[in-house]
Design a protein around this ligand. Structure first.
Ligand code: UDP
Length: 308
């Protein structure tokens, strides 16, 4: 089967490609390398089952494929805020272009949405039915509202043309190949700890996130595309629910030297808590995350040290 993976040189995209290629599938990877890294896909470049196309998804493209995994979009706050208008364009035009291909070829398209669409909610646990509490014109809106628009577009293609859409709402994900300068909490803290710098805690550090290891997310996405469920499905790890202070302590415990912390201001619209309900994924995908934060961090530290 031929798979089109947009954003395939990125963190999640490249792990998905590894998994598909290891199963003997054909892969066309589209990436404009704005935040993706060609090193992430380097090992497949000479494989006859793999094609790389340097392309910006906001521009139309014609190709043949059997299914689409649409991931292309800068995903960390410093990257998506760097050129917010482009981020909105990528979410809208990029998704529109991919939906048009899926419609024409009558194939499945899996769109990667985000927990960001729930905004800064007071909900302890975010179920798919929660409509979100998002600032429509803040610094994070280009991403959060962009993804909401893209979800809406997916559903309208499904309702209007019967396009076979799947929507994965992905919560905080970490693991090898996270971009070291993406500003995300796990990337920052691990890089800082390894280079013996002070760990940066934004705000009080009491804000909470649930962290899901990359392999679990890939498994969930692969199960989702095979269903015929067209509503959004949360993918994340509710068991691994930590405050930033708790993560800092866990990371410090993994190094045998003293590591200081420094408190910095909380970025605007930074959600106070985020925890997925994965009941839907458990029931329709028979999926649940398997890797705990302790094990996942060890694997990630091992990877980062290997790149130095
Ligand atoms: N954060 C932090 N120190 C850092 C980077 C992030 O305390 O060096 C905090 C950030 O303010 C947020 C949480 O960690 O509350 C998760 O941030 P991230 O950017 O990883 O994910 P998101 O906010 O998109 O869930």
């Amino acid at each position: 089967m031929k798979n089109l993976v947009t954003g395939g040189a990125g963190f999640i995209g490249s792990h998905l490609i590894d998994s598909l290629m290891n199963e003997g599938e054909h892969v066309i990877c589209i990436d404009d390398l704005s935040t993706g890294n060609s090193k992430n896909i380097e090992k497949w470049l000479n494989n006859p089952k793999f094609t790389f196309i340097l392309h910006d998804v906001t521009k139309p493209i014609e190709l043949q494929t059997d299914r689409i995994w649409h991931l292309a979009c800068p995903a960390s706050s410093i990257h998506y805020q760097k050129n917010p208008i482009k981020t909105s364009e990528t979410n809208f035009l990029g998704t529109l272009n991919m939906l048009k291909i899926a419609r024409t070829l009558d194939i499945e398209i899996l769109f990667t949405s985000t927990s960001e669409i729930y905004g800064d909610s007071n909900c302890d646990v975010q179920e798919e039915s929660f409509k979100g509490y998002i600032n429509p014109n803040g610094l994070r809106s280009c991403y959060g509202e962009g993804k909401r628009m893209a979800e809406s577009l997916c559903l309208d293609f499904m309702r209007t043309y019967g396009t076979k859409i799947r929507i994965a709402r992905i919560f905080n994900t970490y693991g090898p190949r996270m971009k070291k300068e993406d500003g995300r909490v796990i990337s920052n803290l691990l890089q800082q700890a390894i280079s013996k710098k002070s760990l940066t805690i934004y705000g009080t550090g009491k804000q909470k996130r649930c962290f899901c290891y990359i392999d679990d997310i890939i498994l969930g996405m692969k199960k989702l595309i095979k269903t015929n469920y067209s509503g959004p499905v949360n993918l994340g790890n509710p068991q691994e629910n930590f405050s930033i202070i708790e993560i800092v302590d866990l990371i410090r415990s993994k190094f045998n030297y003293k590591i200081n912390v420094v408190y910095l201001p909380l970025p605007a619209d930074d959600p106070i808590k985020r925890k997925p309900s994965v009941k839907l994924a458990e029931s329709i995908l028979q999926w649940k995350p398997l890797v705990d934060l302790n094990e996942g961090l060890d694997k990630t530290i091992h990877y980062i040290k290997g790149t130095l």
